[in-house]
Design a protein around this ligand. Structure first.
Ligand SMILES: Cc1ncc(COP(=O)(O)O)c(C=O)c1O
Length: 446
């Protein structure tokens, strides 16, 4: 199919330079396993699991079949005051996989909705316990929690925030970013050990400034994904947990990227041995084939919300929140089939095994290339950071992304970074092709 056959006038593309796209469109018409087919019949390796979604690879029959079967059985039913069998089963499976007493799943449809949902739960929970004054949130610089006003406000990616001014939530502060470009530019499947305690700032400045008793929750991505795969210092998340506990603050892990196997464990929470009070998920839970997100809450949060209504009549709703498609039966059927497939094919273990293969390849092929100023790998994801072109932020990485695309490899450009996060089924030879193509493109962009 020539793209000239497609009308290009009607779609406004998300997070895409639309004007440049129109001159050189990149359109997929099919996908299977590790590869896309483009509109002009070329094969492109999906080096990013289609933005961290497609852990099991594309076109997986058990998931497709489950969706088709569900469509013929119960296509949809409203989620309010009634529910469906698949939503209960999916919630049970996710709760069983989630650490500790994270047992109550509130479904939504995306990571952005999960961010806003978790923030609303935090406010409602504190109010239910008589601490309605806890209405402030702490996010982190360069954090990404989607594009809703809540997630955007606690997020810390300047370009995503800059035009929204006072429409951002007012009661938000941000932790410092977790990257040290001097001492920890190169990270290879390790946890960087910092000489400095990054969280002293939280204890000594942020909490006293706002008074800890006013903080509802801290929300962080365990590993900063969208910013470009930045790894937390050793002990950071554990210490964050301790500080939150000390001050009665809820800790929310946004595991939209790290959830479901990316680090070789079900969640980053397992990898780091730190349990949050709420865990946000989306993306890989359905292998990306159907929109589904959610927040897993502790029993304690759920019980407090129910308990607060002990004196209310039983027909009273305890939490005024939800989406038309919360727990959509087709999405939940896709999730059940995906989680079964992850288990049957031991795909999280495979991600854990292939991670060092990717990390080795990235460090061996890219270290010392022109403009390379950092390489970070952890789990089955790795990023290379390039020196920016003065006055043209992101341009070098964008050019490299385009070059790779035209040579058959989809890599993600994020700021000055290029990130790989392939499906867990990736083979060593495919990693070599991906990384080799990236290395050549970086040389050409010099
Ligand atoms: C950590 C994190 N949270 C939230 C989101 C937003 O998810 P969605 O695009 O599904 O709204 C993303 C998307 O990449 C993400 O990486």
């Amino acid at each position: 199919m020539a793209y000239n056959d497609l009308r290009m006038d009607n779609q406004w593309l998300p997070f895409t330079p639309n004007r440049s796209f129109a001159k050189d469109p990149r359109i997929f018409v099919a996908a299977d396993g590790m590869h896309f087919t483009t509109h002009d019949g070329r094969q492109v390796i999906d080096g990013i699991s289609s933005l961290w979604c497609v852990g099991a690879g594309h076109n997986r029959k058990p998931i497709n079949e489950a969706i088709k079967k569900q469509l013929d059985t119960l296509d949809y039913s409203t989620a309010f005051s009634v529910s469906n069998d698949k939503a209960f089963r999916a919630a049970e499976m996710i709760a069983a996989m989630a650490p500790g007493d994270l047992n109550k799943v509130l479904f939504c449809n995306s990571g952005s909705e999960a961010a806003d949902t978790s923030m609303k739960v935090a406010l409602a929970y504190h109010r239910a316990r008589g601490e309605g004054h806890r209405n402030m949130f702490i996010g982190r610089e360069r954090g990404y929690h989607g594009v809703g006003f809540g997630g955007m406000s606690v997020g810390g990616i300047p370009a995503n925030r800059k035009v929204y001014g006072t429409s951002l939530l007012p009661r938000v502060d941000h932790l410092r970013f977790i990257h040290d470009p001097v001492n920890h530019a190169y990270i290879h499947n390790t946890q960087p050990v910092w000489n400095e305690d990054l969280l002293l700032e939280l204890e000594n400045r942020i909490l006293p400034l706002h008074d800890a008793s006013n903080i509802a929750a801290v929300i962080v991505e365990p590993v900063a994904g969208s910013a470009g795969w930045y790894v937390p210092p050793q002990g950071y998340l554990k210490r964050l947990r301790e500080i939150c506990d000390k001050h009665g603050i809820l800790l929310i892990f946004d595991e939209v990227i790290t959830g479901f196997g990316r680090l070789g464990t079900p969640f980053a929470s397992d990898y780091y041995g730190v349990q949050p009070d709420m865990l946000n998920f989306a993306k890989a839970v359905t292998n990306g084939v159907f929109p589904l997100g959610g927040v897993v809450c502790t029993d304690r949060i759920y019980d407090a919300m129910m308990g607060a209504h002990g004196s209310a009549p039983e027909h009273a709703i305890e939490f005024f929140h939800g989406y038309t498609y919360s727990g959509h039966p087709v999405a939940c059927a896709a999730a059940i089939a995906t989680l079964d497939l992850f288990h049957e094919e031991k795909l999280f273990e495979r991600a854990g095994e292939m991670g060092p293969v990717l990390g080795d390849a990235m460090h061996a092929a890219l270290m010392g290339l022109p403009n390379v100023i950092g390489i970070r790998s952890l789990g089955l994801a790795a990023a290379v950071e390039l020196a920016p072109i003065a006055g043209l932020p992101g341009k070098r990485a964008f050019d490299v992304f385009m070059d790779c695309y035209h040579r058959g490899v989809l890599v993600r450009n994020a700021g000055e970074n290029l990130v790989f996060a392939p499906p867990f089924i990736v083979e060593k030879a495919q990693i070599e092709t991906m990384v080799g193509t990236l290395a050549d493109a970086i040389k050409r962009a010099a």
